[in-house]
Design a protein around this ligand. Structure first.
Ligand SMILES: [Fe+2]
Length: 182
């Protein structure tokens, strides 16, 4: 049951992403998936790791994502649009703008269960959750994310750091230490 709902979601997402009006089709699919929010959330909860790539081709990259409310994952870019649906908990996008010598905090965007949001190709964000328990979401990127060379950015200086999972985890911060949450 758990895997079958994700498998059937991926089949529909592949069709949406390859369609002529992919943006519209992906958003429509994500909104319609809330009719099975609990099953989607349970399926995401049952996976072994917090971030799992379910599928990738030339048109999309589809991930399940769980985030914790005590840590904030480091600022990074995707270099492509992404659509996000939250099924359980509350996800927080910590948004930044890159300036010549620093990263400027541009505010926090809270996405509750039952909401779809998107980030543009030039977005830089750090990620966390809010409240009790992890947030459970699906991310659909409009291109093959793993095929793109992209960067992390120093929290203060905004300096570019190669995006590797090792760097991503090494740069994470504890939320109580961060001005962005005061
Ligand atoms: Fe991201």
């Amino acid at each position: 049951m758990t895997q079958s709902i994700l498998n059937s979601f991926v089949e529909r997402a592949r069709v949406a992403a390859a369609s002529d009006n992919a943006t519209f089709a992906i958003r429509k699919l994500l909104k319609s998936s809330f009719s099975e929010s609990e099953t989607m959330a349970d399926a995401i909860a049952s996976l072994e790791t917090d971030e799992v790539m379910l599928f990738e081709d030339e048109f999309c990259s589809i991930w399940t994502c769980r985030y914790n409310s005590d840590v904030v994952l480091a600022p990074h870019e995707h270099c492509m649009p992404v659509y996000i649906a939250v099924y359980r908990g509350t996800k927080v996008e910590v948004l930044y703008k890159r300036e010549p010598t620093r990263l400027r905090h541009g505010g926090n965007k809270v996405i509750s269960a039952g909401e779809v949001t998107s980030l543009g190709a030039d977005a830089i964000h750090a990620i966390t959750a809010e409240g009790f328990g992890q947030s459970h979401a699906i991310h659909i990127y409009e291109e093959p994310l793993t095929a793109v060379k992209r960067s992390l950015f120093g929290w203060v200086s905004g300096e570019e750091v190669d995006f590797t999972m090792e760097n991503f985890h090494a740069m994470q911060r504890q939320k109580p230490d961060m001005e962005e949450f005061r």
